[in-house]
Design a protein around this ligand. Structure first.
Ligand code: FES
Length: 148
């Protein structure tokens, strides 16, 4: 076995997915915070970006993350009907349903982009979503769509 092949095998073995999570300030961010203060255990793979509302997330943010080598992107906001700006998550839901289909059309594994609705009192749901997401991204493997 050549050195390069050996290095690649070791890198694969040690590989941990990098995931970016865009979390709405009012619900999901507070839910993630609750998971932390409740000392729930979940993988540390998600780097959180706090946004005022899921409706604030531009689809280009997701595309840029994937082009920069992030392995997965999560958008999380208030439950439908609970958005603090009335309809921000309605826009987000519609917008990202289209983006997901576009990513699939472009040949990007749909597991790399996910949405979830998590309230401030659902720390346990946050931990569960992150565990499942990390497992799915591990199955999808490293993102090779890196911007040069
Ligand atoms: Fe949370 Fe709009 S304020 S989704």
């Amino acid at each position: 076995m050549k050195n390069e092949e050996r290095r690649t095998k070791n890198e694969e073995k040690d590989w941990e997915p990098k995931i970016v999570g865009f979390l709405c300030n009012w619900c999901s961010y507070a839910g993630a915070d609750l998971a932390g203060t409740s000392r729930l255990e979940y993988p540390p793979n998600v780097r959180i970006i706090r946004v005022p509302c899921s409706g604030r997330v531009n689809p280009l943010f997701v595309i840029k993350c994937l082009m920069k080598g992030v392995d997965g992107v999560l958008i999380s906001g208030c439950h439908i009907g609970d958005c603090h700006y009335s309809e921000g998550n309605f826009y987000a839901r519609r917008r990202f349903a289209i983006l997901k289909r576009l990513l699939e059309y472009l040949g990007i594994d749909s597991r790399r982009f996910q949405m979830s609705w998590i309230s401030a009192s659902e720390g346990d749901k946050w931990a569960k979503v992150v565990k499942e997401l990390v497992e799915e991204i591990k199955q999808a493997g490293p993102n090779n769509l890196v911007d040069s």
